[in-house]
Ligand binder design. Structure first.
Ligand code: NAD
Length: 254
């Protein structure tokens, strides 16, 4: 590792191969962070500018302690003597299904990836984050507060992630700041997949937003970068919305 690299701040980003993950990697790299990108695939998405990639299945990270410890050690080896300034828990699964149909395995996978992995990753990096006066940023969702049919597993996991953010900020204060972002519709594969049977509704969704457009992954990434800034010491346990105004729209039949 070069002396320049040693001085750099590190950030660990999960779900790096996804739409928002890619924007997070690009934004943090552009701001001078040394990015450790992780995702379930064997390799990083081509074209990403980050230098380090660790393949992690977060479902297994939760269920298999030995695997989890090995993956933690792999990341800590990459950080070495440098500072780990931020952990961004961005990976998630969105398994659709109602109370009547969700299998145990779908329910468990959702909670493992979206809720339990963020907790165990934060726990694994506590010492390193504290030494850097660093922070955790959890990417939650508007579904933490408002949801719709067939999103019961996802919405439950995100409500718990936002709640966990507040509880962890209290528990870890003043050692590590913990914040979350609750985006509404951001134009990524996850969102478009949800509309694959009704693509015409995507345009309608756009027009529902007071700003008349969907969010961009880069907007979430910029907010995450702001939360990660060391100068934002007074920002802890906060759950910020980024919704194009849709969270203030009253849906009544009139
Ligand atoms: N796109 C939206 O409209 C939207 C809105 C609100 C919140 N979010 C949240 O933003 C975050 C990123 O979403 P996105 O839209 O970029 O989705 P995406 O599907 O493009 O990315 C999610 C990433 O998580 C990874 N992942 C899934 N299961 C995994 C596992 N077991 N182990 C490791 N990685 C795994 C996927 O491989 C993928 O790269 C998620 O937390 C999502 O809930 C997205």
């Amino acid at each position: 590792m070069s002396s320049q690299e040693r001085q750099q701040k590190f950030v660990v980003i999960t779900g790096a191969n996804g739409g928002i993950g890619e924007a997070l990697c690009e934004t943090f790299a552009a701001k001078g962070y040394n990015v450790i990108a992780t995702d379930i695939q064997d390799a990083a998405k081509s074209g990403l500018q980050h230098r380090h990639y660790v393949s992690i299945d977060l479902n297994r990270f939760v269920a298999d302690e030995g695997y989890g410890n090995n993956k933690t050690a792999e990341i800590l080896t990459l950080v070495g003597e440098s500072k780990l300034h931020c952990l961004i828990n961005n990976a998630a699964v969105q398994i659709l299904g109602g109370v009547d149909s969700l299998s145990r395995s779908e329910w468990q996978t959702t909670l493992n990836v979206n809720l339990q992995a963020p907790f165990f990753l934060a726990q694994a990096f506590t010492n390193k984050l504290e030494a850097a006066k660093g922070s955790v940023v959890n990417i939650s969702s508007i579904h933490a507060k408002l949801t719709k049919k067939n999103f019961v597993a996802y919405a439950t996991s995100k409500a718990a992630l936002s709640g966990m953010t507040r509880a962890m900020a209290v528990d870890l204060g003043p050692r590590i700041r913990v914040n979350a972002i609750e985006p509404a519709a951001i134009k990524t594969a996850m969102l478009i997949d949800g509309f694959k049977d009704k693509p015409e509704k995507l345009e309608v969704l756009e027009s529902f937003h007071p700003v008349e457009q969907l969010g961009k992954p880069a907007e979430v990434a910029q907010l995450a970068h702001l939360l990660a800034e060391s100068s934002m010491r007074f920002m802890s346990g906060e759950v910020l919305s980024i919704t194009g105004g849709i969270r203030n729209v009253l849906h009544d039949p009139a």
